[in-house]
Ligand binder design. Structure first.
Ligand code: 4AD
Ligand code: MG
Length: 463
């Protein structure tokens, strides 16, 4: 019987040397010292690769000396103690088979490549140290999301991707249609005939699963959705993507404080999972990408977040004497520069900002008794800015109806949503966390395009 393949992570963690093991992976580097050939083999299972030592006596040695970086290779050999520094074991090869040769034009060579260049080969960059580490951590975070909610008795809801309602009311939706764009059927007034479209109405990619999650919270109490969301906002920043993943819990019988408590526990839980389980990848980011990362994450997990009202935040910013590109005053949207100054310079930790003016927040947020603010909360964190946006929801039918009228959107799109307030409405609250921003926070990576496998941003959808 053939020896089964062992993952490189398991080989590197072996308790003792082992005879006859089989490893499969891609050659990260090939070094020829005439007498032996060193192949650094990586299969993605761990940051570190396995050093394969091929002796000159091995059959086909001369052919193997032509091995190219990036080739897929299968090696059988003995796992032995390594005389080299920095590694416990190496693989002394007894047979090496090239499964898939990488052409000489393979673009990833040993030198360090810039992130801009690597974005232009997004289909290959997962084979680099940095991106292997990013996507292992991303995966661990995604699993932590489900673990967290499962432990707390939340149910996972798959909310739809195609929708007719604009959850945020911000008009940033991508249209979904099968109409022939070169020959759109039109009404006498010239408007597109969406009644002839696939769904018989105008439809879009969702910007948020919240409205559907709310409906489910009115039956299952505690739910969350975790899926892709889409925003056609033409902002080319390091923190915005046109397609990104969002985690949205929704809790019945909860108010804004419960919501913030959940958000704080959630962020800490996810970061702790990375600290506990991704030590090797994290050490790399701490050393090469963002010195002080590990310490910062430990600090976040161990300390209480700050909590201020919007009015207090504005006052803090006004009193700081700092001059901003966008002036700050009550009623103004907090810009990234304000958010970062507040968390990085003034409060120096993750900060919840509560009770924003109603004019700058979404229609579904619960109106506060002061008549001018809503029960909203944003979680702002150093280096990123807004990580979470959430609120207590407006559960009163009359107030919510009025808010939709003020929004100026067709009421019929929201009729089903209003039903949740007609039939057994209950107080509830929830939030949305931008998953890519969490990955950025956990790794110190500075561009959202580098923490999502194949980024979609304005004028960029190649892979
Ligand atoms: O603040 P937002 O727009 O809130 C909502 O969508 C609510 N429906 C959430 C809820 O209460 N269930 O978005 C939530 C989070 C932001 O805080 C940010 O982290 C992220 O989603 N986000 C983006 N991430 C990447 N690219 C974009 N274009 C983003 N827009 C929002
Ligand atoms: Mg927001």
């Amino acid at each position: 019987m053939q020896t089964p393949r062992t993952k490189i992570s398991a080989l590197l963690a072996a308790p003792e040397p082992m005879g006859d093991v089989r490893a499969k992976g891609w050659a990260r580097t090939v070094r020829d010292s005439k007498k032996v050939l060193f192949i650094e083999l990586n299969d993605g299972s761990s940051f570190g690769g396995l050093q394969v030592v091929v002796p000159a006596e091995l059959e086909g040695f001369d052919e193997l000396r032509k091995l190219t970086t990036g080739s897929a290779v299968e090696v059988v050999g003995d796992l032995v103690e390594s005389p080299a520094k920095g590694q416990r074991f190496e693989l002394s090869a007894k047979s090496v088979q090239v499964i898939g040769r990488a052409d000489d034009s393979y673009p990833l060579q040993k030198k360090r490549h810039g992130f801009d260049f690597l974005r232009s080969i997004a289909h290959l960059r997962v084979r680099t140290n940095t991106f292997g580490a990013v996507f292992r951590i991303r995966s661990r975070l995604a699993q932590a999301v489900h673990e967290f909610f499962r432990e707390r008795g939340f149910f996972y809801v798959h909310t739809p991707i195609i929708t007719a309602s604009d959850c945020e009311g911000a008009g940033e939706m991508f249209g979904v249609t099968t109409l022939d764009l070169a020959n759109v059927p039109r009404t006498d007034a010239g408007a597109p005939r969406y009644d002839e479209d696939f769904f018989g109405q105008n439809t879009f990619l969702t910007v948020s699963g919240q409205l559907n999650a709310e409906a489910f919270a009115m039956g299952l109490s505690d739910v969350y959705t975790f899926g892709p969301t889409f925003r056609a906002e033409n902002s080319n920043t390091s923190r915005h993507a046109s397609e990104f993943w969002m985690i949205e819990p929704e809790m019945a019988w909860a108010d804004l404080d419960d919501d913030a408590d959940l958000a704080e526990a959630f962020v800490k839980y996810c970061l702790k999972a990375v600290l506990d389980d991704c030590a090797e990848d994290l050490a790399f980011f701490n050393q090469r990408i963002d010195k002080g990362l590990t310490q910062r994450l430990e600090g976040v997990v161990g300390a209480e977040f700050a909590r201020v009202t919007y009015a207090e935040a504005v006052k803090l910013l006004e009193d700081s004497g700092q001059s901003f590109e966008y002036p700050v005053h009550f009623g103004a949207n907090l810009q990234a520069e304000h958010e970062r100054y507040l968390t990085e310079e003034l409060l120096k930790k993750p900060t919840f900002v509560f009770d924003y003016p109603k004019e700058i927040k979404a229609f579904y947020m619960r109106r506060n008794d002061d008549g001018r603010t809503v029960a909203a909360m944003d979680l702002l964190v150093p280096k990123i800015g807004e990580l979470i946006g959430g609120s207590q929801r407006e559960e009163r039918l009359d107030v919510l109806t009025q808010a939709i009228i003020e929004l100026g959107q067709p009421m019929e799109h929201y009729e089903w949503y209003l039903d949740t307030r007609r039939f057994g409405t209950a107080p509830h609250a929830g939030f949305g966390l931008g998953f890519e921003r969490l990955v950025m926070y956990a790794t110190g990576m500075e561009n959202i395009r580098d923490v999502i496998p194949f980024p979609r941003t304005p004028r960029n959808c190649r892979f």
